[in-house]
Design a protein around this ligand. Sequence first.
Ligand SMILES: N[C@@H](CCC(=O)N[C@@H](CS)C(=O)NCC(=O)O)C(=O)O
Length: 346
Amino acid sequence: MSKYIKQLTSLVAMVLMMFVFASETMAAKKSKTMKNVLKKGFLRCGVSQGVPGFSNPDASGNWTGIDVDVCRAVAAAVLGDANKVKFTGLTAKERFTALNAGEIDMLSRNTTWTLSRDADLSLTFVGVNFYDGQGFMVRKSSGITSVNQFKDGISACTNTGTTTELNMRDFFDSRGIKYEPVAFEKADEVVAAYDAGRCDTYTTDKSALAAQRTKMSNPDDHITLPETISKEPLGPVVRQGDHVWEDIVRWSLNVMIEAEEYGVTSANADASKTSNNPAIKRLVGAEGELGLALGLDNDWSLRIIKQVGNYGESYKRNLGDTGILPDRGPNELWTKGGILYVSPAR
Ligand SMILES: N[C@@H](CCC(=O)N[C@@H](CS)C(=O)NCC(=O)O)C(=O)O
């Protein structure tokens, strides 16, 4: 009798496993975006038109930056090759329209996660790859060292279609300061206008101030004021409704961050497959079937870490070694006093 119960139990277990397997592979089939990406053979990623350290093309059109690396991670996971990405430079104003129109498969472009953007029926934010805040840059010669010295009549250069414009309005209005906004759609126009002295201050995310400063004629003539007037959690965005794709992008980013947490790098990823730590083994696909759960193979995360590196490697390459933002500030791991904390890959 007990023999029959045993046989029945293993039969039920087998059917259950087949069901789980079938529903998971169906998950991949259900992703319209993934199907399109596989069919085309490359990922279309919307990025900025050029913010050094985040997403910036060189003279030969090779894109680098921490936002670019998130796209590369997704390409490594889905297509097996971090280089299979077509980048489209978008202004702040164009970015969501391009995503909605299906011109790009994902957006990874210093975009702030806000309630109204997230609640928009067509957008879904998948995580944060840089915690930022808005600041002000002024010419050293102005003698201004704090926003508390701002006076009526101050002119401020910024980008249209951004949270920056809105925060700037809140900031000056709440302090009762009459100000003159000087706004442009293209970031280079903003930088050129401020550089040419058309406004007293240049305001945007502090990361972008640090990045754009490198484009000015005399970077040392300018300072970023110490105050931070807003929260700007920046992260990748996908079209709403494709849950499998949303998970793939979210977990590609999470893998980069968790790999740093566990000390898994592009150099030791292969060797980590035989680690004694089960969490590390899962992270590199040597244990468990996390890839399958996303409709991918089990080497998806290993490829991300080997081809793109962990978050810390990406940060160092793009923002540390370049001198743009060597101090990680809040973008340090939670285990090291920062706020980078992702859900576990298990
Ligand atoms: N994080 C803010 C601001 C994003 C933004 O577009 N900032 C400008 C300031 S430099 C920029 O990155 N422009 C780059 C471009 O237009 O290519 C948002 O999501 O609205």
